[in-house]
Design a protein around this ligand. Structure first.
Ligand SMILES: [Zn+2]
Length: 125
């Protein structure tokens, strides 16, 4: 279903009440970009669950697939974007990209995005 403006704003205000550090305006624009959801109830549960996670810094992960969505809704979530560099991995949490970041060969801004690694060969030329 596609949620309405009013429903999107209602969720934005609810989330802001739970997480005062998440501004209403950015919640509204985030929700606006992801209006196709399994149901309003499923989105409310997923959003409130993420808002209650202290380790969750920004609201963006609400729309990633995961256990914060009610089980029945998970199959209806849009498929996540694939990683541009690693087949079979999702762009938003590609494990291979994170391994590269930890190894210092990929900037953290390029998780899930194509990154041309500078080989030692090219650097010494
Ligand atoms: Zn990757």
């Amino acid at each position: 279903m596609i949620i309405t403006d009013q429903q999107g704003r209602a969720i934005a205000y609810l989330l802001h009440e739970i997480r005062p550090d998440w501004p209403v305006a950015s919640l509204v624009s985030l929700i606006d970009k992801h209006r196709d959801v399994p149901s309003l109830g499923a989105l409310t549960i997923a959003a409130a669950t993420k808002a209650m996670e202290r380790t969750c810094q920004t609201p963006a992960p609400i729309f990633h697939p995961g256990p914060h969505w009610p089980e029945a809704a998970r199959a209806q979530l849009p498929r996540p974007e694939p990683c541009e560099d690693h087949i079979g991995q999702d762009a938003h949490n590609c494990r291979s990209c994170w391994a590269d970041v930890k190894a210092g060969i990929r900037p953290q801004t390029h998780i899930g995005k194509h990154h041309e690694a500078v080989s030692e060969d090219a650097a010494s030329r």
